[in-house]
Design a protein around this ligand. Structure first.
Ligand code: URA
Length: 189
């Protein structure tokens, strides 16, 4: 099985009610054998239009974290979301929608086999870890998803509203780089 064939299995998905409101299925993008995988919540307006994850305002900040913060390129990592279709007016994904979509994320992780997963924000962290602990408590602490080390951190959209907390994400990023055996770039951030 490949990511391409998994995408084909998804087809013109109608497994949940988000199918009615979406423009595009946002499957995921990046290096299919990435050592580092980011998991976000779900597509926003811009992602729904372009069919790519993290291409809006929060996406530019994620790109900065990857390039300036980590010294990597977006093409080096794999980026996906828990939910592949945009919820109406960006409301939170609902339990039945997560249940319908989560098997695809799990398969994506199994196919990419990253060395580290970064869960971006409360949704990704709580869904992957089956936890109800707030992201403020989860972040910065190593967890595990199916044997893969997982670092929860704040969502870039949260950082746009709370720029002072970028400092904490930088701490989390350093732990991830260390775990991957990568250099901390000079003056990252
Ligand atoms: N927020 C997310 O969680 N995912 C995206 O793809 C874009 C914004």
């Amino acid at each position: 099985v490949s990511l391409e064939s998994l995408r084909e299995v998804m087809g013109d998905c109608t497994r949940c009610k988000l199918a009615g409101g979406r423009k595009t299925i946002v499957f995921g993008v990046g290096n299919p054998s990435a050592e580092l995988m980011f998991v976000g919540e779900g597509p926003g307006e811009e992602e729904d239009i372009q069919g790519l994850p993290f291409v809006g305002r929060a996406g530019s900040l994620l790109t900065d974290i990857i390039t300036k913060g980590m010294g990597l390129g977006r093409e080096d990592v794999y980026i996906a979301n828990v939910i592949k279709c945009r919820p109406p007016n960006n409301r939170n994904p609902e339990l039945d929608e997560i249940a319908a979509c989560e098997p695809f994320l799990r398969k994506q992780i199994a196919l990419v086999k990253p060395k580290v997963i970064v869960a971006l924000g409360k949704f990704a962290a709580q869904v992957l870890l089956r936890s109800r602990i707030p992201i403020s408590k989860l972040r910065g602490v190593w967890s595990e998803f199916d044997g893969v080390p997982l670092m929860p951190t704040f969502h870039p959209a949260y950082l746009l509203r709370n720029p002072a907390d970028k400092r904490l994400v930088w701490d989390d990023v350093k732990k991830v780089l260390e775990r991957l055996g990568l250099q901390i770039p000079q003056r990252g951030r």
